[in-house]
Design a protein. Structure first.
Length: 460
C-alpha cells in the first residue's frame, strides 16, 4: 500500500535473484550500475529529507508512515547546547536550515521566552535521541522526524567533524570508480554508473546514461558489503527495475536483461581485506597468557525485521567467512587465548531490544571486562568508510559509560581519513577498541573486491 503503481508488486527482487543461476553471465553489450548509499561530505538538508522519505516508504507501513511524516511545526535546537536531555532556557534557537530568526523578524529564542515554543524531550523509543524545541505557529517545511534528524546532523554530527567534513561519500565513490576502471577493460562493457539510493533524480540520470549506451544486459551490484531487503531488495532494486521499464517505454526500445552481482562479503578478497585491517590496527599482547575477545561487529537490524529481511541469512554467511581469517590474524599477533563473538552495534540495546534477544557489542564489552580480558576489539565489517553511524551513534551505543568517553564526541582536528580511525577506552584491566573502517588508503583493495563481484557476471 506504500508503493507507487508498478513497484514492487510486479517485481520481486529476492525471487529474481533466487531464480538467477549462480554461474549466470551477461550476454552481448553490458552496462554496470552500482547501488550506493552516499552521505554528503558537508551537511545537506536534501539528503536527510530523502533519507527519512525512504525509511517511511520501505520500513513503516501505511497509515503509520503518513501519520509519522506529518509536519508538526518548526523543529528547533540550541546550537550551543545540542545534546541536552532535560529542558533548559536556550540562548539561541536554530532551524534545520540554520535560521535563528523567524519570517516575521522575531528570533525563535524570543518566541520561546514569550511561551510560544515548547520543549520536546528525547524519545524513550529512540536510542541516543536528543531533546529539541518546537514552534507550532506555522509549518516547518518538512516532516517532523526529518527536521529532527537534520537538527541532530547539523548541530552535532557535522558540527563536530573537523572542517565539517565526512569522508563516506568520497571514499565510497573512490571504491566504486576504482571498480569501474577495472571492469571497463572488458570489451563487452559499454558504460557504468552510480545509482545513489538517497538521490533519486541523480540516480535516474545516471541509469538513463548507462541505458542510452546501447546495452543488452545490465549488471546490478551494491557498494554495501552485506545485502538486505531494506537497502537493496525492497529499497533500491525495485525502483531501479521500474526506471529501466520507464526508460524502455520512453525510448521505444527493449529493456536490457538484468543480472545481479553477489554481495562483496561473499568474495574471498573481502575477508582478506579485514584480516589485513586487524593486522594493521590491533596491538600484540603484553604477555603470552593475555586474553582477548574479537567482535565481528555488524550494523544490525531491529529484531522485528530479522525474520523477514534477507540480511539475516546474508550476514550469517558473511561472518562465517570473515571470522576465521580475522581470528587467525589475531592469533598471528600473539593472542592465543581468544574469544570470538558476532554482535550488533545498533538495534540490540535496551531501547530497541528490551527482551534482550540480540547480542550487542556493548554486552560483549561488559562480558570481556567481567572475564578480565586484556583486550576486546570490535571490527565493523559492514562499513568500508567512516559515516555518521560509525563516528557517533554506534560509538555511543558501545562505549557509553566507559571512563573518558563523551557522548557524540567528534574526531580530533588532526584526524587522517586515509588511515583507520581507531578509538580506545580502558576500564579496569580491559582495553576496549573500535578499530573503525579501513580508511581511504584501503579503498583500492575494496575496489578490487567490488570489481570481482561484477566481473563474475561479465561474459567469459
Amino acid at each position: 500500500m506504500n508503493q507507487p503503481p508498478g513497484w514492487p508488486r510486479h517485481f520481486d527482487a529476492e525471487k529474481a535473484i533466487a531464480a538467477q543461476p549462480a554461474s549466470a553471465r551477461a550476454q552481448g553489450r553490458v552496462g554496470v550500475v552500482v547501488v550506493a548509499l552516499l552521505q554528503p561530505s558537508q551537511f545537506d538538508t536534501v539528503f536527510y529529507d530523502n533519507f527519512i522519505s525512504k525509511l517511511f516508504a520501505v520500513a513503516i507501513p501505511w497509515p503509520v508512515n503518513r501519520l509519522a511524516a506529518r509536519d508538526t511545526g518548526v523543529a528547533l535546537i540550541d546550537p550551543a547546547r545540542p545534546d541536552e536531555q532535560r529542558e533548559f532556557a536556550p540562548a539561541t534557537l536554530m532551524t534545520f536550515d540554520g535560521r535563528t530568526v523567524d519570517w516575521d523578524g522575531v528570533p525563535f529564542a524570543e518566541k520561546r521566552r514569550q511561551g510560544q515554543v515548547d520543549w520536546v524531550p528525547p524519545s524513550d523509543r529512540v536510542a541516543g535521541d536528543i531533546g529539541t524545541f518546537r514552534y507550532e505557529g506555522r509549518s516547518g517545511g518538512a516532516a517532523g522526524p526529518a527536521q529532527r534528524a537534520m537538527l541532530k546532523a547539523r548541530a552535532i554530527y557535522y558540527a563536530r567533524l573537523p572542517a565539517g567534513y565526512l569522508p563516506q561519500r568520497d571514499q565510497t565513490l573512490a571504491m566504486v570508480n576504482g571498480a569501474f576502471a577495472t571492469v571497463a577493460q572488458h570489451p563487452a562493457v559499454r558504460a557504468s554508473g552510480v545509482f545513489d539510493a538517497f538521490a533519486p533524480y541523480d540516480a535516474r540520470r545516471e541509469l538513463y546514461r548507462v541505458l542510452d549506451a546501447g546495452i543488452d544486459t545490465l549488471i546490478i551490484a551494491s557498494a554495501l558489503p552485506i545485502h538486505s531487503s531494506f537497502e537493496e531488495y525492497r529499497g533500491a532494486y525495485p525502483k531501479l527495475e521500474k526506471m529501466v521499464r520507464d526508460w524502455a517505454a520512453e525510448r521505444g526500445k527493449p529493456a536490457p536483461k538484468l543480472l545481479f552481482a553477489t554481495q562483496m562479503a561473499d568474495m574471498p578478497g573481502y575477508a582478506a581485506l579485514w584480516a589485513a585491517h586487524v593486522a594493521a590496527t590491533v596491538p600484540p599482547p603484553s604477555s603470552p597468557d593475555a586474553a582477548a575477545t574479537l567482535v565481528v561487529s555488524l550494523h544490525g537490524l531491529p529484531i522485528s525485521q530479522l525474520g523477514r529481511d534477507g540480511w539475516a541469512s546474508n550476514s550469517r554467511r558473511a561472518t562465517a567467512l570473515l571470522a576465521p581469517q580475522m581470528k587467525a590474524q589475531m592469533q598471528a599477533l600473539g593472542w592465543r587465548r581468544l574469544t570470538v563473538e558476532v554482535a550488533q552495534e545498533a538495534f540490540a540495546d535496551a531501547t530497541d531490544d528490551p527482551a534482550n534477544k540480540l547480542l550487542s557489542v556493548f554486552e560483549v564489552f561488559a562480558a570481556s571486562r567481567a572475564r578480565g580480558d586484556a583486550l576486546v576489539v570490535a571490527v565493523p565489517v559492514e562499513f568500508l568508510a567512516e559515516n555518521t553511524d560509525t563516528l557517533f551513534l554506534h560509538a555511543y551505543l558501545m562505549f557509553d559509560g566507559l571512563p573518558g568517553f563523551r557522548r557524540f564526541e567528534g574526531p580530533p582536528a588532526d584526524v587522517d581519513w586515509d588511515k583507520p580511525f581507531v578509538r580506545s577506552f580502558a576500564e579496569g584491566k580491559t582495553t576496549h577498541m573500535f578499530i573503525g573502517a579501513p580508511g581511504g588508503a584501503a579503498q583500492g583493495s575494496a575496489a578490487a573486491v567490488l570489481a570481482s563481484t561484477i566481473s563474475a557476471r561479465l561474459p567469459q
